[in-house]
Design a protein around this ligand. Structure first.
Ligand code: FMN
Ligand code: MN
Length: 463
């Protein structure tokens, strides 16, 4: 493995997935009202490709395109780093071991400043911002990463959906415990303003890092640098005191001054449309962009879809590293994106290294390290934790709910869990074979298997 990962600019990522047959270019005219959402829904359900839309009805970019569904299947996250899917956990946990701080380039012209729009030239309505679902509160920027500074914790970059209110205002959704919320709440208390930037179309390493909850003060751009094996290059914004990745496609500069407004409804990663909430208003002071900018949209909705694939990918690796210190029999940690990453976690263990009580303790520790989980399942090393059918087979056949499950009452989960509103129980499911286990898997001789595989291969090549 080389020291620098293959993760490059947004454009390089698009070229890579195109060469891998994972990107379609749509020539047909699509309406930014509903057509984009419907396309993403259909592509996600089909485990299908990313799409570039060149011809859309609605606001026109003078030149440029709209890129959606980039991060649908997990194999495309692996492709962002130039590794195989089964190498991701190892790659990410090793890389995240040492953060690499970003580097501000003060000389030369940054690509994100190819075009600078200020004053009357600023108009969000000029951009192809989709109305994703029936009933949404308005058009939504869904691949906007917000960069802002908290006076104590420092810089932060995270995904925050933004409802476009008009030419220069965006309602930005912030969960109660998220860093951007802490920064804007603090400024509100002190009646001060928070400078910020929303960046759209960034290096995949940044998109992936910004989707993970790291500790306060741990800057996600430094995690992106770690993933790439080199610093992310940034440049100072034109109208606010913020640094943004230099090769970003589109940068929206602005500030929060304490104003809040109704925002929503919008369909969330849970698959459900969430009601109207009150969110801080972001006021735009400039829009800068590359020549022929590519507007990026991330599709949110019922899994499988890319919000769930992207979100918390790196947290698996962080949890794995943390838990491994105490539980050396741990082999893998996985939060299956197919069913939404927030609620179900799977730990795979080396079956020959367990001892009494250790699996239940590991299950409890996992629920603490990833506190939004509601179901934590431990499986043996002959079960593929990335294959939910196998995992559920293990649950069905290796777990006696009478003795192999624990229920913890009144714990936390996501504020968006429609079944609990924040407070929940957690079930720990021990699906490891126990001493009294009676199942045998006899297998087949290699010669018989080879004959069978040939027969299957012949059928495949004829179809
Ligand atoms: C596509 C996508 C959209 C997201 N939208 C929001 C959002 O609107 N509001 C929010 O608070 N978190 C949102 N998140 C989750 C946060 O970005 C994520 O939890 C992040 O780790 C929070 O960063 P922080 O720990 O620095 O606050 C979104 C995540 C993804 C992947
Ligand atoms: Mn953070």
């Amino acid at each position: 493995m080389t020291t620098e990962s293959k993760s490059g600019s947004f454009r390089e990522f698009l070229s890579r997935i195109k060469s891998e047959g994972e990107l379609i270019e749509v020539d047909q005219e699509l309406d930014i009202k509903y057509d984009i959402g419907a396309l993403c829904r259909v592509l996600s359900d089909a485990d299908g490709p990313a799409a570039i839309i060149k011809n859309f009805k609605g606001p026109k970019l003078r030149s440029g395109t709209l890129a959606v569904n980039l991060y649908g299947p997990r194999r495309r996250i692996a492709s962002a780093f130039g590794v195989k899917e089964n190498e991701l956990l190892d790659f990410v946990s090793k890389r995240l071991g040492k953060r690499i701080p970003s580097e501000c380039i003060s000389t030369g012209k940054a690509p994100c400043h190819d075009v600078i729009l200020e004053g009357n030239e600023i108009n969000l309505n000029d951009w192809p911002i989709p109305l994703w679902n029936i009933g949404d509160g308005g058009p939504y920027i869904t691949a906007g990463l917000s960069i802002a500074r908290h006076p104590k914790y420092g810089w932060n970059i995270a995904h925050h959906r933004g409802q476009v209110y008009g030419s220069r205002e965006i309602g930005v959704c912030m969960a109660p415990d998220h860093h951007l919320r802490l920064a804007t709440d603090e400024a509100r208390l002190k009646s001060s303003r928070v400078d910020a930037a929303i960046v759209i179309g960034v290096r995949p390493s940044i998109t992936i890092a910004a989707a993970s909850d790291f500790a306060h003060g741990d800057y996600e751009l430094d995690a992106a640098g770690a993933l790439e094996g080199r610093p992310i290059q940034t440049v100072k914004c034109k109208t606010v005191d913020v640094e943004v990745p230099a090769d970003t496609e589109i940068v929206i500069e602005g500030y929060y001054d304490g104003e809040t407004r109704s925002e929503g409804p919008f369909v969330e990663f849970t698959g459900y449309q969430t009601p109207i909430i009150t969110s801080p208003v972001f006021k735009v002071t400039a829009i800068t962009h590359r020549h022929d900018p590519i507007f990026h949209g991330v599709f949110a909705g019922k899994p499988p879809c890319e919000t769930n694939t992207l979100w918390r990918e790196l947290e698996e690796a962080e949890a794995y590293t943390t838990l491994l210190r105490r539980f050396p029999m741990l082999k893998a940690v996985h939060r299956p994106p197919q069913i939404g990453r927030d609620f179900v976690g799977i730990v795979q263990i080396k079956s020959d290294q367990t001892r009494a009580g250790i699996v239940n303790t590991l299950l409890a520790a996992t629920s603490a390290v990833m506190p939004r989980l509601k179901f934590v399942i431990a499986v043996d090393d002959d079960i593929n934790p990335y294959d939910l059918t196998e995992v559920m087979w293990a649950v069905a056949t290796r777990c006696d709910p009478n003795v192999d499950t624990q229920l913890i009452h009144n714990t936390m989960t996501s504020w968006l869990d429609p079944s609990s509103g924040g407070l929940t129980g957690k079930i720990l499911i021990n699906a490891i074979k126990k001493e009294n286990f009676r199942g045998e898997i006899p297998g087949y001789p290699d010669a018989s298997l080879n004959k069978a595989l040939k027969i299957l291969g012949a059928w495949r090549s004829n179809n």
